[in-house]
Design a protein around this ligand. Structure first.
Ligand code: CTP
Length: 405
């Protein structure tokens, strides 16, 4: 699996840097092509010569050193990589990347690469728990960067707590798993809908809901990271579009329906996380509505049920729906599988704390067509996204769609 893969190991300036040669040696032994990039601070803890000898490749530290042949080093390294792992990753490098800074070779390679980037933080427990650091991690996770949690134990600074670099074997296994994940949906096209819709009454007023798009965007980022082509049809949200995802912005349920109809035949897997309005004002005024003396009554008409249309018209596509419920979660979700001809429905009870709209976590049940129900623990939406993709990958090979279960 790792043989022939180009892996960049970034080393930053923490005491755990002395453990990195062990990881590099394990990777080289299985045939990976390992290139080490060190920060100047890392080179104070361990010498580039050690890493050069173990990796059998030149070690890069300085952005401005004159190369032997004509190439821009940070670009050529960034382009070549199948994966970039920063081991150990200090609070400083994570802060720099989350702020978009590129002021040395390693931070520049991280910014320039399209390969998955994996951070293995190791630091003092108080630094690790610092909310500024934690919010930087959260931000990077939302952009698709991966992290491995540090181990608990005695730290070099004398404290006991979370902050130790995990063993080389654990990091090695994680690198292997990440690389496997980067390709398991290669050749597959996803169509994902996300966010709320807006149903306008007049040019300034609309009916909407509290969907923030986080779940759908997490699935889009995860699918793209695992090699898929991703078309994301999204209502208005305030979060960034994951890198490499084709974004089609829409406003109303009708716009979303039109965009989905245009693209669903290109898709192998369709995931409908969008919170689509079921009703839209029957009349949309061209000019701003003026208030009158009494009450206001509005007439609403049904919007198209996009998922039902897909269920009726799909051929090869695997169809995944979402169900946000406050009552009778399983019963309602099972009904939706049948009426909308779905392969899988992801059901969340939005009345539970930590689930549903706007939260960073979700608590979902995966309900399959054959009646199987799988309860997932409360976890970050990015993690939920990967679990859903893991289940899809198990039933779906990139050669062509197969119905689930
Ligand atoms: N959905 C859709 N088009 C609609 C309404 C919903 O495609 N007009 C999709 C959603 O994207 C979601 C699934 O249907 O994947 C379930 O949405 P939900 O709002 O939970 O259910 P509804 O079908 O609207 O049923 P109800 O509101 O009665 O619960």
């Amino acid at each position: 699996m790792l043989a022939g893969k180009c892996i960049i190991i970034g080393i930053t300036g923490g005491i755990a840097a002395y453990k990195t040669p062990d990881l590099v040696s394990k990777l080289v032994k299985v045939g990976a092509d390992v290139h080490v990039v060190m920060t100047a601070a890392a080179a104070k803890f361990i010498t580039p010569l050690t890493l050069q000898t173990i990796s059998r490749n030149p070690v890069a530290v300085d952005m401005f050193e004159i190369p032997d042949k004509w190439e821009v080093k940070h670009i050529s390294l960034a382009d070549k990589a199948d994966l970039l792992a920063v081991v150990p990753a200090t609070a400083n490098i994570i802060g720099k990347v989350s702020a978009g800074l590129a002021d040395d070779l390693l931070s520049t390679v991280i910014m320039a690469t399209k390969a998955p980037v994996f951070f293995v933080p190791a630091m003092n427990v108080h630094m690790y728990e610092n909310p500024v650091f934690q919010s930087n991690v959260k931000k990077l996770v939302s952009y698709g960067y991966s992290f491995l949690e540090p181990d608990m134990g005695r730290l070099a600074c004398g404290y006991e707590g979370k902050g130790r670099l995990p063993e080389a074997d654990v990091i090695f296994d994680e690198i292997e798993a990440l690389l496997k994940k980067t390709t398991d949906f290669a050749g597959t096209t996803f169509l994902i809908t996300a966010g709320p819709t807006r149903e306008y009454l007049d040019p300034v007023r609309f009916l909407t809901n509290g969907s923030t798009g986080k779940m759908g965007y997490a699935i889009a980022g995860a699918a793209r990271g695992r090699g898929a082509r991703v078309i994301l049809v999204s209502g208005p949200v305030n979060i960034p579009v994951p890198q490499g995802v084709e974004h089609i912005p829409v406003l109303s349920a009708r716009d979303m329906f039109d965009a989905v109809k245009e693209h669903y035949q290109e898709a192998d897997i369709i995931v409908k996380t969008a919170a689509v309005a079921d009703y839209s004002p029957k009349k949309r005024l061209i000019s701003k509505m003026k208030k009158g003396p009494g009450d206001l009554e509005l007439v609403f008409e049904r919007t198209p049920d996009i998922l039902r249309f897909l269920g009726e018209n799909k051929d090869k596509q695997v169809l995944v729906g979402f169900a946000a419920e406050t009552d009778n979660l399983v019963e309602n979700a099972v009904k939706k599988i049948k009426t909308k001809n779905l392969d899988l429905i992801v059901a969340n009870d939005i009345s539970q704390p930590g689930a549903g709209f706007g939260t960073n976590t979700n608590i979902v049940k995966l309900i399959y067509r054959d009646g199987r129900i799988e309860q997932l623990d409360k976890m970050a939406k990015e993690e939920v996204a990967h679990r859903i993709l893991d289940r899809l990958a198990a039933c779906f090979k990139s050669a062509g769609a197969k119905p689930l279960a």
